[in-house]
Write a protein that binds this ligand. Structure first.
Ligand SMILES: *[C@@H]1O[C@H](CO)[C@@H](O)[C@H](O)[C@H]1NC(C)=O
Ligand SMILES: *[C@@H]1O[C@H](CO)[C@@H](O)[C@H](O)[C@H]1NC(C)=O
Ligand SMILES: *[C@@H]1O[C@H](CO)[C@@H](O)[C@H](O)[C@H]1NC(C)=O
Length: 394
């Protein structure tokens, strides 16, 4: 186990505050090791999600809904092999790779205060106001930041239409169709990709989520910068953080982290720990098991790191990005109904604005919740929006 080494912004220096606050907000949920999905989703919905996710459209995503009820490994591989040509971004294509690389270099060459990345592997129409808000908050905190949105759908007319309100206002966001073979070239994930493509490995039901996990690691390894999930709202400038991941929970006794989360990852280009992540991804890939390589993989790898100077990373405490644990996240969306709740909300709001760099909204848990007027989220929205008029975050 590694002790916290990261620093929180300003007011957070006192560990007493941090400890007290952590107990207020996370008590009871810290030790929980139930995955978000295992309780909330049945196998049936997972399959539904799989089908929705594999609806890999570019422009005309509606036309590509293909109902596949294939659940055995062999059937999945067979289906995947047929689907491959449509995936495009798995194909080795030198010209496309060069163009991909050149676009990135050019984009980041414009003088960026912070190189940011997000990924989007769903149809454009699923990109909601709330996902857009995540981008707004990023630019509110970093007006001169550059955001590369790696996506199989957004690098299109329809995608540009969605991003246009930011582009028009001069914010630098570039949707880019990924080139996976290029990104994983000379990394431990190269063989993994080969095996995916030649059908010797099961892509699993979570293939696209896994792809997103892989791409964040690969892109950070190749270019360095700040990766964010689209359900992370940034509240402060994070460009002072280097080689950082956030703890989502802490052991109440030892005060050391018990689980890290990969929703925010900040790394220098070519960092040796990223290489460890990529190795772990390739070695232990199990696309059928939720959490295995996504959120929890980071914890596994970091827990095993040897004490070596080049393995040093910053682990920031939960207040940095995960102040409110996923089991309680719905409280942020509801209007406080009595004095007790109002006091709690004020306290949390204050803590967020003072202590936190950002807040992970755990979309898997909160995505369907309505944002009530007067809730913490609606308050945060008004403080961290760019296009604030149409306030309704659905
Ligand atoms: C599939 O790719 C892997 C990794 O490159 C290779 O070792 C394996 O021999 C290939 N299998 C087939 C059937 O082509
Ligand atoms: C695949 O995605 C699922 C869902 O996020 C995750 O639980 C699993 O660990 C991922 N596997 C890899 C190799 O990323
Ligand atoms: C305040 O409202 C919450 C949720 O509606 C409820 O659980 C709690 O008991 C209420 N507290 C008081 C003091 O009324």
């Amino acid at each position: 186990m590694v002790e916290f080494s990261g620093k929180l912004p300003k007011a957070s220096a006192s560990t007493i505050t941090i400890a007290a606050l952590f107990i207020t907000i996370c008590a009871g949920s810290i030790m929980s090791n139930v995955s978000i999905y295992s309780s909330a989703f049945s196998a049936h919905t997972r399959l539904g999600e799989f089908i929705r996710r594999l609806n890999l459209g570019t422009e005309d995503d509606e036309n590509l809904i293909i109902p596949v009820f294939k659940v055995t490994e062999a059937e999945r591989i067979e289906w995947f092999m047929k689907k491959l040509p449509r995936l495009g971004f798995l194909e080795a294509d030198t010209v496309a790779a060069e163009r991909f690389h050149a676009r990135i270099l050019e984009f980041f060459g414009e003088g960026c205060r912070g190189k940011f990345y997000m990924t989007w592997f769903s149809p454009v129409k699923y990109f909601r106001r709330r996902d857009f808000w995540a981008m707004e908050s990023l630019f509110k905190a970093h007006p001169d930041g550059c955001l590369l949105l790696i996506s199989n759908t957004m690098d299109s007319m329809r995608g540009y239409r969605v991003l246009n309100p930011l582009i028009q206002r001069g914010y630098k966001v570039l949707p880019i169709f990924p080139n996976l073979p290029f990104l994983v070239e000379n990394t431990p994930a190269e063989t993994w990709l080969e095996m995916m493509k030649n059908g010797t490995k099961d892509p699993g039901v979570h293939f696209l989520m896994n792809l997103s996990n892989l791409i964040r690691l690969a892109v950070l390894y190749k270019y360095g910068g700040i990766y964010l999930d689209t359900d992370v709202v940034l509240l402060k400038d994070v460009t002072g953080l280097r080689n950082t991941v956030g703890a989502q929970s802490v052991d109440p006794k030892t005060r050391k982290w018990s689980r890290l989360n990969g929703a925010v990852m900040i790394f220098d280009k070519g960092h040796p720990v990223l290489l460890k992540f990529l190795q772990e991804f390739a070695l232990t890939y199990n696309g059928n098991k939720w959490g295995h390589n996504g959120p929890y993989m980071v914890s596994r790898v970091v827990a095993r790191l040897e004490m070596r100077p080049d393995h040093e990373i910053n682990i920031v405490p939960p207040e940095a990005f995960y102040l409110v644990y996923w089991t309680r996240i719905e409280r942020l969306f509801a209007r406080p109904e009595n004095g007790t709740e109002r006091r709690w909300a004020e306290e949390v709001m204050g803590q967020l604005e003072r202590l936190s760099y950002g807040i992970h909204l755990w979309n898997k848990k909160s995505g369907m919740l309505r944002v009530e007027e007067g809730s913490i989220i609606s308050g945060l929205f008004y403080n961290h929006c760019i296009i604030c008029g149409k306030s309704q975050l659905v």
